[in-house]
Design a protein around this ligand. Structure first.
Ligand code: ZN
Length: 64
């Protein structure tokens, strides 16, 4: 085996990326593509707690 370099596709733009130490942002082709992917993940995650602001249910009754 003379060739040990793996080629992967950038998840963001599908550019071929060489899987080697020099490819700092692998599996992404660049820092920009990595930030785009992380940004999408973060914004999607942000919506979850916002929906739970008003939990459904009856207000607690105070005993008389
Ligand atoms: Zn890319």
């Amino acid at each position: 085996m003379s060739e040990s370099v793996r080629i992967v596709a950038c998840p963001t733009c599908r550019t071929e990326v060489r899987w080697e130490p020099q490819s700092r942002y692998r599996p992404f082709c660049s820092e920009r593509c990595r930030l785009i992917d992380l940004g999408q993940w973060a914004s999607e995650n942000y919506r979850v707690p916002a929906e739970e602001e008003n939990p459904p249910g009856e207000p607690p009754q105070s005993p008389h």
